[in-house]
Design a binder for this molecule. Structure first.
Ligand code: NI
Length: 128
């Protein structure tokens, strides 16, 4: 599966946007995902995409991860041509589905799902 983006936890999204710009990344459109309690900004550098994710309250879906990782990459997202087929395939390959497919406001409402593997950690699938 082709990589769509790398998800990057950040404590302060505005300050991290400023730092990524210094590294040659562009894009500063912050989207608030109220379902997940996070602010998101996609930035691009020569076709390489990072997704900055910052919780804006303590009950966000990443607040626990933030305590553990601070500012850090924490998932790779792969493009899926068929979300339910890939979920079934990965589930039979040892991945555990950790949420249900949910629309992501920051990716034009495309559905995403997270899965966990004991040997490589968290991955995300986004529908093509
Ligand atoms: Ni992501």
């Amino acid at each position: 599966m082709k990589v769509h983006h790398i998800g990057y936890l950040v404590k302060n999204i505005e300050k991290s946007i400023t730092e990524f710009k210094k590294l040659g990344y562009t894009g500063d459109n912050v989207t608030r995902d109220e379902y997940r309690g996070i602010d998101i900004c996609f930035m691009e550098n020569n076709g390489y995409i990072v997704e900055l994710i910052s919780p804006y309250h303590d009950a966000s879906t990443v607040s626990g991860l933030m305590k553990k990782y601070k500012n850090s990459p924490y998932h790779l997202c792969y493009i899926s041509d068929n979300l339910s087929e890939d979920i079934d395939k990965l589930s039979s390959d040892g991945y555990t589905q950790i949420d249900i497919p949910t629309e992501a406001p920051a990716i034009n409402g495309k559905k995403v799902v997270f899965m966990m593997n004991i040997n490589i950690g968290l991955i995300e699938l986004v529908e093509a």
